[in-house]
Structure formats: structure tokens, C-alpha cells
Design a protein around this ligand. Structure first.
Ligand SMILES: Nc1ncnc2c1ncn2[C@@H]1O[C@H](COP(=O)(O)OS(=O)(=O)O)[C@@H](OP(=O)(O)O)[C@H]1O
Ligand SMILES: [Mg+2]
Length: 418
């Protein structure tokens, strides 16, 4: 069903909540708390201890960026805004620039000399003539509006010059040392289609990932997004729409932030800070049953060989169809055991960028998983902006299943033409 039709049908019902910032019903929040209380207490939690300030700042920054992205996605869906195409033919929107600006600005408050490897730069805004200047004006207004919403009276008003400087903080070369790694809107195609996307921020020191924060504004609280293939629109699954039409509250139904700190585990909590639910520890799947197992992969055929992943899944005995999901939401899905495996095998010659994986990888690792290239080697975060030494592709799964997955990849490789 087209988005417009879903929204029109939803909004024609008086009890339907707005597409963003849902108000949780007390019953739903109690249910969430009860569910987390039933779980065994985690050995540790990402909050507190080493990197506590980095985590706090990362969460604040990603929350602000998530709010901003939700607003732009709504504008895109109403066709009040459009996406642009960059020189490399990939998509970019106001949100990509504005999210990078607000996150860099927030980090700079705490660490004025920080360095960052981020996806965007401001060249198209500063060298783009009248069009670029107009876009910069919109970005500046959007960032200031978001700051005011989150910081109230304490909010500064940033100038367009400050916004350009903040965006350009993403131009770091990376390598050894301490660097933040940012994909301000990962899965931009999903974003402009009203589907899944992620705001993915990580901190790396000398090649080790230390902190990961990933905002997934459209990721449902439960794994049902993964049950749908292309029928999931703007965070509403068909079953949620049915509930809304029946006047039932869906409470905290979407919008998740994952947080991980090296050695301290991984948690998930609502994206919307107004929804009070304690961060819940997440862990990868602890048992592998091929009959119920699920694997996820990129939506676009151009981004990963779907024939090869099908062959690997077959070797593992996985019977179900692949779950195709945009962005690093796939890593979040493995971290909270919605899926057992994530695989991406790009075409030969494609160079993976560190911002497309860093946050997702530490989130899976701290949830008890293992992420490597197709040869079983860990990813090299200190090699600059690209994962230059990557062997064929990337796999993420539970530590327990990883060796079997490697065997399955080898078996498929020896009989493939990839
Ligand atoms: N040809 C090719 N091969 C492999 N990877 C590519 C390719 N082109 C782009 N990209 C990068 O893939 C990022 C999106 O990954 P996804 O897993 O979300 O893919 S998909 O959109 O679901 O197909 C996407 O990230 P965003 O630009 O943030 O959307 C790109 O960095
Ligand atoms: Mg990306």
C-alpha cells in the first residue's frame, strides 16, 4: 500500500497517532519495563565507567539528529522537499548535511579539537551557487530549530559559517589516533523512500572501536520490520496500521537507539527522549535453528550479491527468504536477535567506507556477536576512510555461529564465480 494511502487511512481515524513522536500508553510502557525486568541483570552496562562522557554526548547528538531526520523524512513524504544527487550519483538530502552539522557541533562542545571521518562535506553548499546557498540557509534553519527544541533557552543560534565548519569536520583522514566516525543518514535510499535508515556514530581509538551509538527512527520496538519485504512503509507495518484503524494504542512502536561501549555491553532504548523506558540490554541469538533462522542483507542488488548470500544461507540450511533492510538497522537486527546473520558481498572493486559499518559493528560485538570479513579477519578501522584490506565482504553473526558461517562462505566461494 502506498504511504499516502496508509497515512490518509490512518489519519481518517480519530485514534490514530501522528507518524512521529507517538505518546506511549501507560500500559505499553509498563509492559516494556516488565519485559526488561524479567531478563537477567546484565554483567555491565554501557553507561558509567570508561567512555561515560563520550556515550552521553553521542546519545545526545544522535537523538537531536534523529529528531531532525524525522522532520525531513516527513517533508520528503509530503513532497515538500526533494533529494539531490551527489557527484558520485548517490543521494543526499537536507538531513544528511544537517545531521552531520548538529552531531559535529555537539561533539565540539566537549572536545574542541576532535577529528571526524564523516560521509558529507559542504562543498556543494559553498561552491554550489545560488542553489547551494539556499540549501545552506534551509540547513541552518533546521539545525537551529532542532537545537531550540532540545536545548530550550540554552540553545545557541548557529550561523551558516559555523554550520559549514561543523559539516567539514567530517573530512578527517582517519588512521591511527582517536577519531569519531559518522554516517549522518545511513541508507539514504531507504530514508527518501520513507523506509529504514540509521544515524550511525562511533568512536575509534588506534583501530579499536570504543563507543557506538545508532539511532534508528523507523525501527520497530520488536523485530517485525524484518517480517516484511518492501511492504514496510514509514515505520508502519500492515499489522500496526490495522491496530491503529481499530483505535488501539501502539505505544512505543518504533524508534530505537542502540548504545555500546567496548567491554560494557549493548543496550536499546526509545529514540524519542520523552518516552521513559530504561535502556534494555540486548544480546545476539543464542541458538541456531536453521528452520527458524533468518538472515538479512542490503535491499539493492547493486550493493551486494544476493545470489551468493542465497548460496551461503543454503549451505547453513536456512530455509526462510532473506530479510532485505536498508542501512545499519541490519546490524541492530542481529544485535537484538531479530536475525541470526547479516551478510554483504559488494561487487569486486567496490571500496567499503568505515562509516557504513563502524557503529553497527561495535553494537553487534558488544551484544555478543562477531563481525569479520569473508576471510574471518577483523575489519581494519585504522586504515583511513575506506576498509581497504577487506576480503570480499562482511559477515555479522553470533560468536557461536561464526565458524560455521565461515565454512559456508568457503563452500559457496569455491563453487561460485563471484
Ligand atoms: N555499489 C555499491 N556496493 C556496495 N555498497 C554500496 C554501493 N553503493 C553504495 N553503497 C553503500 O551502501 C550503503 C547502503 O547500504 P545498505 O546495506 O543500506 O544497502 S541497500 O540500500 O539496502 O541496498 C550506502 O550508504 P549510504 O550512502 O549512507 O546510503 C553506501 O555507502
Ligand atoms: Mg551509509
Amino acid at each position: 500500500m502506498a504511504l499516502r494511502a496508509i497515512l490518509a487511512r490512518s489519519s481518517s481515524h480519530p485514534a490514530a497517532p501522528p507518524p512521529s513522536s507517538p505518546t506511549p500508553s501507560p500500559t505499553t510502557v509498563t509492559a516494556i519495563r516488565a519485559a526488561s525486568a524479567a531478563k537477567p541483570a546484565p554483567a555491565s552496562s554501557p553507561a558509567g565507567g570508561a567512555y561515560a562522557l563520550e556515550l552521553e554526548v553521542g546519545l545526545d547528538a544522535v537523538r537531536m539528529a534523529s529528531t531532525l531526520c524525522e522532520e525531513v523524512q516527513a517533508q520528503l513524504m509530503r513532497q515538500d522537499e526533494t533529494a539531490d544527487t551527489k557527484d558520485d550519483r548517490s543521494l543526499v538530502t537536507l538531513a544528511d548535511y544537517a545531521a552531520q552539522a548538529i552531531i559535529a557541533w555537539r561533539i565540539q562542545q566537549e572536545w574542541p579539537d576532535f577529528t571526524m571521518v564523516g560521509e558529507e562535506d559542504a562543498e556543494a553548499l559553498t561552491e554550489g551557487g545560488e542553489g547551494g546557498a539556499q540549501t545552506l540557509e534551509k540547513i541552518t534553519a533546521l539545525v537551529n530549530k532542532t537545537l531550540a527544541k532540545h536545548k530550550g533557552d540554552a540553545a545557541p543560534t548557529l550561523s551558516s559559517t559555523e554550520i559549514v565548519a561543523a559539516i567539514n569536520k567530517g573530512g578527517g583522514k582517519g588512521g591511527k589516533g582517536r577519531h569519531w566516525i559518522l554516517d549522518p543518514v545511513d541508507g539514504t535510499l531507504g530514508f527518501v523512500r520513507g523506509d529504514q535508515y540509521a544515524i550511525a556514530l562511533a568512536l575509534m581509538e588506534d583501530g579499536d572501536l570504543k563507543v557506538g551509538v545508532m539511532g534508528c527512527p523507523n525501527m520497530p520496538k520488536t523485530g517485525e520490520v524484518l517480517e516484511y519485504d518492501s511492504s514496510y512503509t514509514y515505520g508502519f507495518s500492515p499489522s500496526m496500521v490495522t491496530k491503529m484503524l481499530a483505535g488501539e494504542s501502539v505505544g512505543w512502536y518504533k524508534g530505537c537507539i542502540f548504545a555500546a561501549v567496548k567491554g560494557r555491553g549493548c543496550t536499546v532504548e526509545p529514540c524519542d527522549a520523552r518516552i521513559k523506558a530504561a535502556p534494555t540490554p540486548v544480546t545476539v541469538s543464542d541458538a541456531f535453528d536453521p528452520v527458524s533462522a533468518k538472515f538479512c542483507e542490503p535491499v539493492m542488488k547493486a550493493n551486494s550479491s544476493q545470489g551468493f548470500t542465497a548460496s551461503v544461507a543454503d549451505n547453513l540450511g536456512i530455509a526462510s527468504k532473506p530479510l532485505r533492510v536498508y542501512s545499519q538497522v541490519k546490524y541492530g537486527s542481529v544485535a537484538r536477535a531479530d536475525a541470526d546473520v547479516f551478510m554483504k558481498f559488494p561487487k569486486a572493486g567496490y571500496k567499503e567506507k568505515i562509516w557504513d559499518h563502524a557503529a553497527g559493528v561495535i553494537i553487534v560485538e558488544e551484544a555478543g556477536g562477531k563481525v569479520t570479513d569473508a576471510g574471518g579477519a577483523p575489519l581494519d578501522w585504522a586504515g583511513g576512510r575506506y576498509l581497504d584490506t577487506l576480503d570480499r565482504g562482511i559477515v555479522a553473526t553470533s560468536a557461536a555461529l561464526h565458524e560455521r558461517l565461515m565454512d559456508a562462505v568457503s563452500k559457496s566461494w569455491s563453487s561460485s564465480q563471484l
